[in-house]
Design a protein around this ligand. Sequence first.
Ligand SMILES: [Zn+2]
Length: 142
Amino acid sequence: MSEQEKLKDYDSEPIAFCAKCYSLKIKHEDSLDIDYCGECGCSEIKEAPVHVWENLYEQKYGKKYVVKGNDPKKNPIFKLPLGKLMQKFADLKQWKDITLSLYPRFPGGFGKADSIVLLFDKLVKDNKLDALRIKMMEYIKG
Ligand SMILES: [Zn+2]
């Protein structure tokens, strides 16, 4: 795949975000089985391709979404090999929130290690690894 195709691919991946403040920090409330925004608490979650979300964000805040002064696509997290990415993901205490924000109906009942293997298997099949990377950046940032 050429660089341009990869970028196009990245751009068409859907990502979940808060309908109100456009945060990507979506959390899941198990007892009510609903998703809500970790920033403003809004429970209206939208899904759109990454570039659509980026445009919405820019319109609302008058600036592009940036992570530590960098284009998200240039963040080191995009250069991690799969094994290292999995390790980094496992180290995040919000790994479950991120999993559920990508797959709201992700099966429970598995241990952490099995869940992560299952998640990555699904992400690779669905070509959604970049959506995971973007989510991870958001959570690492705090
Ligand atoms: Zn919000």
